[in-house]
Design a protein around this ligand. Structure first.
Ligand code: SF4
Length: 255
């Protein structure tokens, strides 16, 4: 995510088990949209298969990695993360280091002047709240409280919180990055004017929690490979008959 990034080649893990899933949605949606969501999920599974992602990181590591991932690719995110850990072997050392040294260690990830202070501020918030740098206690809390706890940290928004929840804590959350926002809007899964935060709530309601993981990763892949920002490759898309954007382009029935 982008945020959650899909090209990560580290060891992979299966999707979270349904038993671990609890509902987080807060909005109501039309039954027809739920049907559309099911169809989209099935088509994406057919196109891209059951996706896998890297091994889960501990929640503090995932939080830092997600902050580093903003506006960069997976490779530079991981290089920045590794540089940081090499230079400062503990999170306490990162927290207490001079800001310029943290910024320097993560420079390869870009906008390091923003990301460095954001990481240190998050580590300070965790320290102040918990007396130490750990987030394992979140595992025992309901998802909506975990979400609220995470976004109280300066610089941690709904997408970052959802990534930590989905990919580290094995909790239901639907991170919405730029690809998911664009693709879901074109298909018509969300109202045109819904922002990313609202889209997070809508998609969390449209899809069933046990499918969040696969839908999230497959929508990103679809956005990168086919439903591109500037010129969607509709001729290569398996969703044309479901897609509102395509229907507007070509109102003829699909044979
Ligand atoms: S039909 Fe075109 S706009 Fe619709 S999802 Fe496919 S690529 Fe995107």
């Amino acid at each position: 995510m982008a945020g959650t990034e899909l090209n990560d080649t580290r060891a992979v893990v299966p999707a979270p088990t349904p038993a671990s899933v609890r509902q987080l949605a807060k909005v109501t949606v039309e039954p027809s949209k739920k049907k559309l969501a099911r169809q989209v999920h099935r088509r994406l599974l057919k196109a891209y298969g059951e996706p896998t992602w890297r091994n889960p990181l501990p929640p503090v590591d995932e939080l830092v990695s997600t902050i580093l991932s903003q506006n960069t690719n997976d490779i530079n995110r991981d290089r920045a993360f590794d540089n940081l850990r090499e230079r400062f072997p503990t999170w306490e050392e990162v927290r207490d280091a001079p800001a310029e040294e943290v910024i320097d260690a993560i420079r390869i990830a870009g906008i390091s002047n923003q990301k460095g202070p954001r990481i240190q501020a998050a580590l300070w918030t965790i320290t102040e709240e918990r007396g130490q740098i750990e987030l394992e206690f979140l595992r025992g809390m309901p998802p909506d409280e975990v979400h609220d706890w995470l976004i109280q940290m300066k610089g941690v928004g709904p997408k970052t919180a959802a990534i930590v929840m989905q990919f580290s804590l094995d909790m239901p959350a639907f991170p919405v990055d730029t690809h998911i926002h664009r693709v879901s809007g074109r298909i018509g899964l969300r109202p045109e004017k819904a922002g990313r935060e609202k889209t997070h709530e809508i998609l969390a309601e449209l899809f069933t929690p046990e499918t969040y993981y696969a839908v999230h990763l497959n929508l990103i892949q679809h956005g990168r490979q086919v439903c591109k920002a500037l010129r969607p490759l509709c001729a290569q898309c398996s969703l044309t008959d479901l897609c509102a954007y395509y229907q507007q382009l070509d109102p003829r029935p699909i044979s």
